[in-house]
Design a protein around this ligand. Structure first.
Ligand code: NAD
Length: 476
């Protein structure tokens, strides 16, 4: 493609971020040494080691749950207005330190700075502001005259939106009077540890928020701990099922936010340029590491060639590279393991006969990278049409009638999100009412708002986070 000018590099400075050589666990309001072996967190864009992280053992998790239980006695009794003050304070500090949080998130996760700066961190602050507002109004939320908190919440989150998933978990839990022990993902612990510092800065009472780092064993110790009253998990369907089995028959209340394979449906009357932007945003935002990514494009056959032509032209303009460059559209894949998974499933797509296409783009020599990719000629039987790839890979299928579109969209074990592109309001309503998906976007995609509930059907999990609905999972 011919360009009229080249972009000069526009790197965001990383000097605003101070990363310590090593981190302990945040328990009872203080950083303490963990008892387990340490592990390293790296920058996925260049494989540099960023810091040594503690792996929390069962005994560490027990100490964190004990601290949370102790804090619960007073935190659950102070007035909602008082709890709200802390949450507003945390929200304000997040806004004040937003640049630092955004740079740190991009360094540890690999996501482009324009996304962490313009989407992740502002939405995190908005979440805390939103739930701060609920803290003194719980008796008007529709859950009875005197809604009571559950107790100690054990929360486990993934690596794709480290700080945003933390906000989705911690803000409603605290607003409703619960205390928490949160475990960030092993590849992206740094912003959760910076959030721990923000809790100190906000003078949050010790033990209300505890952060334990580690991998699956730490997560398992947390969700199976006998004194945890609520388990909130976001991650893969496989681990979600294991957690559901582990807590079955206990007193614990559970919410699971799991995987997805969303259909993004483009009808023949759609505004095509707008739809192409929505397709790009749906699958290449955050390198496609998005549970609700529009990873299956369903396009009406009569406009398929036109849409694909414009989509390819648009993809050729995507800039892949340094996450800290303000012009970057697609950053690094979060880990070597995730890159291997994306590479493997894309290989399966080719082997099963789908046609693979990527724009010409030079990938950095070091770090974990994958060019934006589309597969055409995909059938519903192909693995790339059924399994979550969790990367910048789009499977394109076609349909002839609205009925066929709905059938294909619902033909998945998942049910997290979907998109509809059409000029007709009646068609939006007809289609949306037939889609088995927790969130349906029309003429937009991947929009997140703290006031709006989010969650899945089927193997995408159960329970809702966000909005008034998000309070329910933390109340008796
Ligand atoms: P993952 O399930 O491997 O890990 C998620 C978290 O669970 C990590 O913190 C991990 O350490 C921990 N964990 C692993 N094994 C555990 C166990 N046995 N018990 C308790 N905790 C355990 O998932 P991932 O690869 O980090 O994240 C990607 C997945 O998350 C994708 O499938 C994606 O769709 C899903 N996701 C869903 C949502 C949503 O809201 N529905 C949001 C983001 C990501």
């Amino acid at each position: 493609m011919s360009t009229t000018f080249d972009y000069a590099p526009a790197p965001e400075s990383r000097s605003i971020v101070h990363i310590r050589p090593s981190y302990g666990l945040f328990i009872g309001g203080e950083f303490v040494d963990g008892r387990g072996q340490g592990f390293k967190t790296i920058n996925p864009a260049n494989e540099d080691v960023l810091a040594e992280i503690s792996e929390a053992t069962e005994a560490d998790v027990d100490a964190a749950v004990t601290a949370a239980r102790k804090a619960f006695r007073s935190w659950s009794r102070i007035s909602g207005a008082e709890r709200g003050k802390y949450l507003f304070r945390i929200a304000r500090i997040i806004a004040e330190r937003s640049r630092e949080l955004a740079v740190l998130e991009s360094i540890d996760n690999g996501k482009p700075i324009k996304e962490s700066r313009d989407v992740d961190v502002p939405t995190v602050a908005a979440h805390f502001f939103y739930y701060a507002g609920w803290a003194d109004k719980l008796e008007h939320a529709g859950f009875g005259p005197d809604p009571r908190p559950l107790g100690v919440a054990g929360q486990v989150i993934p690596w794709n939106f480290p700080l945003l998933m933390l906000a989705w978990k911690i803000a409603p839990a605290l607003a409703t009077g619960n205390t928490v022990v949160l475990k960030p993902a092993e590849t992206t612990p740094l912003t959760a540890l910076l959030f721990a510092e923000i809790c100190q800065q906000a003078d949050l009472p010790p033990g209300v928020v505890n952060i334990v780092t580690g991998a699956g064993d730490t997560g398992r110790a947390l969700v199976t701990h006998a004194d945890v009253d609520k388990v909130a998990f976001t991650g893969s369907t496989e681990v979600g099922k294991a957690i559901a089995r582990a807590v079955a028959g206990t007193h614990k209340k559970v919410t699971l936010e799991l995987g997805g394979k969303a259909a993004n449906i483009v009808f023949d009357d759609a505004p095509i340029d707008q739809a192409v932007e929505g397709i790009v945003n749906g699958i290449f935002f955050n390198q496609g590491h998005v549970c609700c990514a529009g990873s299956r494009l369903l396009v009406q056959e009569s406009i398929a060639d036109e849409v694909l032509g414009r989509l390819k032209a648009r993809m050729a303009t995507l800039r892949v590279g340094d996450p800290l460059d303000k012009n970057t559209d697609v950053g690094a894949i979060n880990s070597a393991e995730q890159l291997a998974k994306i590479t493997e499933l894309s290989g399966v797509g080719e082997a099963e006969g789908a046609e693979r296409w990527s724009p010409a783009c030079e990938l950095p020599a070091k770090g974990f990278w994958f060019a934006p990719t589309i597969f055409t000629g995909v059938s519903q039987a192909h693995r790339i049409a059924r399994e979550e790839i969790f990367g910048p890979v789009l499977s394109v299928l076609t349909f002839r009638t609205p009925k066929e579109a709905v059938e294909k969209a619902n033909n998945t074990p998942f049910g997290l999100s979907a998109g509809i592109w059409t000029e007709k309001g009646s068609r939006i309503l007809w289609t949306a009412s037939r889609l088995r998906a927790g969130v349906v976007w029309s003429n937009t995609f991947n929009r997140f708002d703290p006031t709006s509930p989010f969650g899945g059907y089927k193997e995408s999990g159960y329970g809702r986070e966000g909005g008034r609905h998000g309070l329910e999972g933390y109340l008796q």
